[in-house]
Design a protein around this ligand. Structure first.
Ligand code: SF4
Ligand code: SF4
Length: 353
């Protein structure tokens, strides 16, 4: 019988020898150039890391190609980062530039270090999930094509983390990123009363609604939705397959800004709504790409060195953020959920326009 509950393989069995030898004994690191890191250990040994972009969704052929490169330059060792970049780990500085030359010839972008825009953390989209309001791989490719230069250089005030989630389950990092792209619905779920009694557990469907818009109809063994209370989150569809919510004409993307997870300088922040709705416009999502580029460019030209997007906005004020970016401020930006009052201004301090 096959073994079970064996857990993941021990990562220590897969470390390059230079890392094993100096594990826990690193002194300092430097970014030698975009995409290349050097770590120096107490022993004096050096580790060189070459970081290359990855589309995350990759074929086994592509993985074999990466493995071949690792065999050729890194004795077969590599790793993937928490933003799905590939890192080739070398102990020989002389191999760094030949590896970069071969990566470049194979169209791998080398970068994503320092004050850059690294990979976009993203989700399944129309490739694999049943609850998305937008795609993931498509918008990510369209956007990274346009902001490619920020991946291969380090010219921003600080790094800008971009994340995408295709519904507000927010798998990933949209709630805590400098710029977040989030799929949203704008129509009420369509309840199929003939299927609800067979495929849905009514109490958990009722309980899934954050606004109490769903009521059980025990006589008909189905549920009713109060359209006025629904804000199209799609939670009910997650638990009840007879309440589909996807709507090609009204689904789209919202843009959020100012989140961060690090504790450097300021505490971690949630990202906040910047643009309530942009249309799904496959295959290149031009409205979304344009909107994100605009925010990056305004941030790049106004923020102080080391300021993250959220720190810059909080310094200049949100009203100034909307003025500088030219993004219209609407009623959709005003929080009306639990604890909304904490987000209202309770001060006379504000700037005109
Ligand atoms: S964010 Fe939503 S739609 Fe996207 S993968 Fe997660 S659950 Fe699925
Ligand atoms: S979409 Fe969300 S708000 Fe609307 S009924 Fe379903 S759970 Fe409630």
């Amino acid at each position: 019988m096959a073994k079970t509950d064996i857990g993941p393989p021990d990562y220590k069995t897969m470390l390059p020898p230079v890392i094993s030898r100096n594990y826990g004994k690193w002194l300092y690191h430097e970014i030698l150039k975009p995409g290349v890191l050097m770590h120096i250990a107490e022993s004096g040994e050096a580790l060189y890391t070459v970081r290359a972009g990855s589309p995350r969704l990759i074929s086994t052929d592509h993985i074999r190609e990466i493995c071949d490169l690792a065999e050729k330059y890194c004795d077969g060792y590599l790793r993937f980062t928490s933003r799905h970049n590939i890192e080739f780990l070398l102990d020989d500085k002389n191999k760094v530039d030949p590896l970069i030359a071969e990566l470049t010839s194979l169209n791998y972008p080398v970068g994503g270090t320092g004050h850059a825009i690294s990979n976009i953390v993203h989700t399944q989209g129309w490739v694999h999930c049943h609850t998305p309001a937008t795609d993931a791989s498509g918008p990510v490719k369209a956007l990274m094509d346009e902001i490619y230069d920020y991946f291969v250089t380090m010219k921003l005030p600080n790094h800008v983390r971009i994340a995408l989630a295709c519904c507000l389950n927010m798998c990933g990092a949209v709630h805590c990123s400098d710029i977040a792209i989030l799929g949203i619905h704008r129509t009420v779920p369509k309840t199929d009363n003939t299927r609800v009694p067979n495929v849905c557990e009514i109490p958990s469907t009722v309980a899934s609604c954050p606004t109490g818009a769903i009521r059980g109809d025990m006589k008909a063994k189905t549920v009713t939705v109060n359209d006025e209370k629904c804000m199209y989150c799609g939670n009910c569809y997650t638990v009840c397959p007879a309440m589909p919510i996807a709507d090609p004409d009204n689904d789209g993307i919202s843009i959020w800004v100012g989140g961060k997870v690090s504790n450097a300088r300021s505490a971690p922040k949630f990202s906040k709504l910047a643009i309530p709705f942009l249309p799904n416009n496959p295959p290149r999502w031009p409205e979304v790409v344009e909107a994100v580029k605009n925010i990056i460019e305004v941030y790049a030209s106004h923020a102080r060195k080391h300021e993250r997007v959220g720190e810059w906005i909080e310094r200049v004020g949100w009203e100034r953020f909307f003025t500088l970016t030219g993004i219209p401020f609407t009623d959709k930006h005003i929080d009306d959920y639990d604890m909304a009052t904490e987000t209202f201004r309770t001060s006379t301090q504000f700037k005109w326009g």
